[in-house]
Design a protein around this ligand. Sequence first.
Ligand code: GLU
Length: 370
Amino acid sequence: MIALQRWWKRGVLAFLGLAIASSVLSLNGPPRLMAAPQPQTLRVATRLIPPFVMEEGGKLTGFSIELWQKIADQMGVRSTLTPYPTLPKMFAAVEQQNADLAIAAISITAEREQKFDFSYPIFASGLKIMVRNPNRSGFVPNLLRDLLSPALLQIIGLALAMIVIAAHLIWLFERRHPHSSISEKYFPGIFEAAWWAASTLATQAEEMPRGALGRVMAIFWMFISVLFVAYFTATVTAGMTVQNLQGDIKSVEDLKGRAVATTANSTAAAFLQGRQLQVLEVDKIEAAYAALANKQVDAVLFDAPVLMYYAARDGQGKVQLVGETVRDENYGILLPINSPYRKEINRALLKLKEDGTSEALHDKWFNPER
Ligand code: GLU
């Protein structure tokens, strides 16, 4: 009897258990074997730097943004993009885990590699020098600049000294000659002699000395004048051509003693500081373009693709890139050390390279006519 009661109790308990379990299950729907993967949302830090990252109609676009979208598609993740105003703020976002990664035009450097991890390179870049277009100042300012050049002022000084000497000799030789047009008195005689020397130098003399010594002197002076005119013409035209073709900054060596603008904390700023050059550091590269235009600085040192994009568009006719690439650099995606996404991002980058997507994107932004 007792055994039967126990069995009955057990039966009731089992029934209740089943009922509760089935009602819970029915509330939650049929049991699922595997939870459907929820797409992850990665927080991406970025920074405006055309043509890698730019804003158009309230939306972010550019090479790096489109590349990231392709990577995210490959990884099957969603993402939110947050632009940061400065490089340090973008780096801090990744370091303080406010962002899972950063993509813009971030150069891979040994120093950054200490604090962060990088993806495989996403773009081959390098630093270049940009200057104001020297032909843009107009004819009159250019001519004034050439006329006031130190080389020309030196030649004019030399010509004046030579005229003074020649005038004294001619005055000494000619002053006593009865038919001479030069007075015997020092004043105005010396002025008349200087006038003759100057007009001979310009190969325009009206009268010639009458005395024998005066004539010998005149022949000497005429030879010197011909040589002088040739020398003068050569120096002035060579100077003008070189200045008009290249301005006077052609390489990093020419940046000594000049103010150069670039963005704060960039690789270009570190390069300039490393060479004890004068740097104007700005947050946005556009501010460096403005500083160059208003002559606050004489050059901008920055990432070549960024400068080339500006020079071909808003800066057309106003600026010029000069010299060789100062240093080669690669851009990468910035990640915290040991990021769980690095491997997947690298895999996506390799796939995009293999299927031609990377090249198509490169052509779209950098060789549009192809
Ligand atoms: N490539 C430069 C760097 O990583 C970009 C600087 C910038 O975004 O202003 O330093």
